[in-house]
Design a protein around this ligand. Sequence first.
Ligand code: FAD
Length: 305
Amino acid sequence: MEQLMRDFFLFLSKNKTLTKLAKKYGLRFGASRFVAGETIEQAVEVIKQLNKKGLAVTVDYLGEFVDNEKEANEMANHCIEAIQAIGREKLNSQLSLKMTSMGLDISDDLVMRNMRRILEMAKEHGVFVTIDMEDYSRCQKTLDIFKQLKKEYDNVGTVLQAYLYRTEADIEDLKDYRPNLRLVKGAYKESPEVAFPDKKDVDDNFKKIIKMHLLNGNYTAVATHDDAIIEYTKQLVKEYNIPNDQFEFQMLYGIRPERQEQLVREGYTMRVYVPYGTDWYGYFMRRLAERPANVAFVLKGVLRK
Ligand code: FAD
């Protein structure tokens, strides 16, 4: 049943008509629990509140699968606006973005131009930029672009997904770039030909790649809400004397906020991924796919109205 619901919401997440309708009608159905607002001003207020609690942030202007140049350029402008706001308001925040919103599906030239514009501005304001990882079909291209950009800029990192068979090899392949990587389980629907179908295998691989990347001496962001993975990381860094400034934990805005604050109290860097913008639909559907309790929360909200 859980798998069926997961597949259903992942299927819905790709629906273009619903994506357009969602943009038009604004944040609905309890999405504001997971999305900080539709404007940069609203996002800034949320970031300030999180920073006050000792939580670091990575802010994301929502958008993906852009199919025309004009929109890709506008998306990049929004990212630049967010970087300027981080600088102006002196926020403890990085930036996250999706390459398909920068023109990945349109042309290499376009995506590189937009990424360089963003990274120049980010460099000026001392802001680190993480390139989110999307579905498997874009993985190789995303990593190729990341490698190219990493030769030109220090302030860029990306994400690897534990559910992919290829990820262990990618950790090795990227090692010499000394990359700051966010490690996650993976949020898209993938075929068993490319990804572990069983949760247990994903969890085992997650632990394996966390260990590899940390022991390679590279900065590691462990992005998960899973206590078992968090405990594993804590034990590992203790066992190998890995300093607190070589890793951090990350969670999504609106998910396990008490646990986020608890990790700060324990002395760890805890970064919250804060999405904002009008293109909230796909992101929201992936959160519903992850956890039946999130669906129950939304249904309660809808029924109360
Ligand atoms: P899950 O297997 O979903 O959850 C494990 C356990 O965590 C649950 O059994 C439960 O005990 C606990 N838990 C989870 N949610 C709750 C809750 N609401 N309340 C209480 N307990 C809970 N995916 C990508 O594919 N690409 C990306 O670029 C990407 N970036 C991400 C950035 C961040 C900061 C984070 C946190 C996730 C990102 N993801 C990304 C999503 C990720 O791949 C997973 O889909 C998502 O994090 C869910 O996996 P999980 O590790 O939290 O574990």
